[in-house]
Ligand binder design. Structure first.
Ligand SMILES: Nc1nc2c(ncn2[C@@H]2O[C@H](COP(=O)(O)OP(=O)(O)OP(=O)(O)O)[C@@H](O)[C@H]2O)c(=O)[nH]1
Ligand SMILES: [Mg+2]
Length: 453
């Protein structure tokens, strides 16, 4: 396999840039471009050793930096690898890379280092995919889950289901080969129980896809209510910014203002919307329409009411609009005299949070409620989850084949047929884990990676 090279750090100015070279000729190429100041020989450097020196392109000195050597198979890719750290200038890094090309390296494709790690048995496909998830993580919770996935959590989970199916297939095979001896061994009810268990587990796994997506990108969360109840004040409190304009004029917010925050360990994609009311104002009317659309997309709704005034028909229209949603009911302006009939809100929502959007302590109260209502605060995906579309499609197909196997068993079809359905399900699980997967699928996975990873 050719020796490849790429810049592993982002194409921006920074403290250092790292140029990664991997393959049979990695150490020779490093020796050509890097001269240790100590005079030691690069080709004799052991794995996991580093040295300081100068970087050259032919006779041109480019920079000074550090060379780190990994020896196969003890490297990320499983191949000999050299990492040259130079000063973090965009041009400096590009020049060091071109010096490596000059010494015989080929440009790495997107994700090619990780692809080689996969091909060299350093990790499974789901572990390789998790590398992209660790890189994409923007909050603590997702980082922990992606980290567990990287350690093989999903792989282990799939293996457990595959082992269960395999035990059924093996039993059926034995029954077909030795029907007389196996007559007492095969208990249809027992095998049906096993299949039902696998189906339930796969259903749980498939559901983890949506949860994982929410952890990764944040929960879409709309802040709604009639004009002037304090939605934008709340938005600013939760984001710790002055993103939304606040005035005492009704209909201040028209366009949707969006910001991402982490509350109670849960990442929220907050959308501050126009206040709901009938209006002749063309611009505000469009704002209300956008609010209704945003409400449709929201998984969690922060419904804001004004404690200091009686509830109105617009409040009641809102209550109808958010029926069926996960709602945190917020009775705002608790610093003023309570005029609104809170029992009406309590009847509708059960729990009502009396807060003031001008009081910092309200953040904690709302964070707790959001964490509870979304169910994500306590969600633990560290036992593995479905992280992307490829995995979801495989898991769904495996689930459907297992359900067909269970139907076949229940409806008295031949055990042969049951066995074939189980084998189909197994194939899908092996595709999911990457143990049985086409080159095209693998290429597609790594195409989404960045160059240098
Ligand atoms: N006393 C008091 N006033 C508040 C509180 N929250 C908001 N306000 C005031 O209520 C008025 C309206 O606040 P906004 O945040 O602009 O209300 P809004 O719901 O975004 O209004 P629209 O954008 O018009 O829909 C402003 O004068 C705020 O200062 C609160 O907790 N207590
Ligand atoms: Mg507003």
């Amino acid at each position: 396999m050719q020796t490849i090279a790429a810049i592993a750090t982002p194409p921006a100015q920074g403290g250092i840039a790292v140029i990664r070279v991997s393959g049979e000729d990695a150490v020779r190429i490093a020796a050509e471009v890097f001269r240790p100041l100590s005079g030691r020989s690069v080709t004799e450097m052991k794995g996991y050793t580093a040295c300081y020196g100068e970087i050259f392109d032919g006779s041109t000195r480019l920079d000074d930096g550090v060379l780190l050597i990994y020896r196969a198979p003890h490297s990320y890719t499983g191949e000999d690898t050299a990492e040259i750290s130079c000063h973090g200038g965009v041009y400096a890094a590009k020049r060091v890379l071109s010096a490596c090309f000059g010494a015989g390296a080929s440009p790495a494709q997107a994700g090619e280092f990780t692809k080689r790690a996969l091909l060299n048995g350093k990790m499974s496909l789901t572990q390789a995919e998790a590398v992209a998830d660790v890189i994409a993580a923007q909050n603590e919770q997702y980082l922990l889950c992606a980290g567990a996935q990287r350690e093989g959590a999903l792989y282990r989970r799939i293996r457990a289901y595959a082992d269960e199916l395999l035990s059924i297939v093996t039993l059926i095979q034995a029954w077909i080969d030795y029907p007389d001896e196996m007559e007492d061994e095969f208990d249809g009810n027992l095998e049906a129980d096993k299949l039902s268990r696998v189906i339930a587990e796969l259903d749980r796994l498939i559901a983890s896809h949506g949860e994982g997506q929410m952890l990764r990108s944040g929960i879409p969360c709309a802040i709604v209510g009639r004009p002037n109840v304090g939605k934008s004040t709340l938005m600013n409190l939760l984001t710790g910014t002055e993103r939304s304009i606040v005035t005492d004029i009704e209909g201040t917010t028209r366009d949707i203002v969006e910001e991402t925050v982490t509350l109670g360990g849960v990442m929220l994609r907050l959308a501050d919307c126009a206040g709901i009311r009938d209006t002749q104002d063309t611009v505000e009317h469009i704002g209300v329409e956008r609010m209704i659309k945003k409400l449709g997309e929201a998984s969690v709704v922060l419904a804001v009411f004004d404690l200091s005034r009686p509830l109105t028909d617009d409040d009641r229209r809102l209550m109808e609009l958010i029926g069926g949603k996960r709602v945190v009911c917020i009775a705002n302006k608790s610093d003023l005299a309570e005029i609104a009939d809170v029992s009406e809100l309590e009847q509708r929502f059960g729990k009502v949070l009396r807060i003031s959007a001008k009081d910092e302590d309200s953040i904690r109260v709302i964070a707790k409620a959001v964490s509870e209502i979304s169910g994500l605060g306590s969600l633990d995906l560290t036992s593995g989850f479905i992280a992307n579309e490829r995995q979801r499609l495989c898991a769904e197909a495996a689930r459907d084949f297992t359900a067909q196997a269970l139907d076949a068993l229940g409806s008295g079809m031949t055990l042969d047929a049951v066995g074939i359905m189980c084998e189909n399900a197994l194939d899908k699980l092996y595709e999911l884990s990457g143990e049985q997967v086409s080159e095209t699928v693998v290429d597609n996975v790594f195409r989404r990676f960045c160059v240098g990873k």
